[in-house]
Design a protein around this ligand. Structure first.
Ligand SMILES: Nc1nc2c(ncn2[C@@H]2O[C@H](COP(=O)(O)OP(=O)(O)OP(=O)(O)O)[C@@H](O)[C@H]2O)c(=O)[nH]1
Ligand SMILES: [Mg+2]
Length: 312
């Protein structure tokens, strides 16, 4: 497809063209990726979108939560939802995709929803970067509400916070045990914490867990944007707590638009992704110079000298 065909397909809201463009963006072939970048550049930044990052321990109910939340959001006829996922554990990706199709039954057949798991491929480092490009393409196609799911282990959660306007942590009832499974750093990043599976026998435990998190959050330093993180309980399965969650995140968004934090944060994120791209480009450069490095070292040069010869 040419750039013009891609642009007109995306403008028309054609999901097949959108999917094609995302596949191009995920490609490791520079000419394909560049084509996708040109298409994204054509549309320019979409400042009126809302990007919600949802992370949490494996099996916490993130996908189920997204299904319920999406269903709720779509009651508003002006909302179009794109669900993107980042899964750093590459081997697991196929299983998750199949799982998500069944877990997101409603969304996968809704005309105002689009679901796209990011292909993990070989380059683990570029995974969230690919999700970012997919997000930009979805926004260009008119999806104004972006839900990004990522498993909260490893690097994924830091990067997902660089993709989203509001950062959500989904956890299970279980207090301390649950907390041990996640890194403290993720809690500090959370704008909203959802204690999910607050149903049946677990309902009481969920309330206690929510209180514990609230207390833990009070001990953390104040956010630069002045937002005090909220803790709520929910049952994604029974569609409980979803409206409250939506109230909290839309309150967050309105506040951050008003105090100009939203645009500032997006600028800072662009800076992050620029730095990351520079790093990736430099790393690729090093890979191309393996023999030069070996040769230089064999000639008795210092590593610093060999490195300078390559990077300049
Ligand atoms: N009781 C109860 N079970 C839930 C709830 N939400 C999700 N589950 C169940 O928890 C399991 C995991 O749900 P998922 O939505 O796949 O969780 P996830 O966090 O997306 O999982 P991964 O993407 O694999 O990390 C499924 O069996 C769900 O049915 C809930 O609110 N209550
Ligand atoms: Mg999931």
């Amino acid at each position: 497809m040419t750039k013009e065909e891609l642009v007109s397909g995306i403008t028309a809201g054609d999901t097949r063209t959108l999917s094609k463009a995302i596949t191009l963006a995920e490609s490791s072939l520079p000419e394909k990726r560049n084509l996708a970048l040109e298409v994204i550049a054509h549309f320019g930044p979409q400042n009126d979108t809302f990007r919600i990052g949802i992370t949490g321990t494996p099996g916490a109910g993130k996908s189920t939560f997204i299904e319920s939340l999406g269903k709720y959001i779509l009651q508003d006829p002006l909302r179009k939802i794109a669900v993107l996922s980042v899964d750093p554990s590459s081997g697991k990706t196929h299983g998750s995709i199949l799982g998500d199709k069944t877990r997101m039954n409603y969304l996968s057949s809704h005309e105002r929803a689009y679901i796209r798991p990011t292909a993990s491929g070989a380059q683990l480092g570029g995974l969230a970067q690919n999700t970012r490009l997919a997000m930009l393409l979805c926004e260009a196609a008119g999806y104004n509400t972006i839900l990004i799911e990522s498993v909260g282990v490893g690097q994924g959660e830091t990067e997902i916070s660089q993709l989203s306007d509001v950062f959500t942590l989904v956890l299970n009832p279980g207090g301390g045990d649950e907390l041990q499974g996640i890194k403290r750093g993720i809690m500090e990043m959370a704008d909203v914490i959802v204690v999910n599976k607050a149903d049946g026998d677990a309902e009481r435990q969920a309330s206690l867990t929510a209180k514990e998190y609230s207390m833990a959050l009070h001990l953390m330093p104040e956010n630069e944007n002045k937002w005090v993180p909220k803790v709520i309980t929910a049952s994604a399965l029974h569609e409980k707590g979803i409206a409250i969650f939506w109230d909290k995140v839309t309150e967050f968004d309105a506040t951050m638009i008003e105090n100009l934090w939203k645009s500032k944060n997006r600028q800072a994120q662009m800076y992050y992704w620029t730095q990351k791209t520079i790093q990736d480009l430099l790393l690729a450069k090093i890979e191309n110079h393996q023999s030069q490095i070996t040769k230089g070292l064999a000639e008795g040069k210092l590593p610093e000298v060999v490195a300078r010869e390559i990077v300049g």
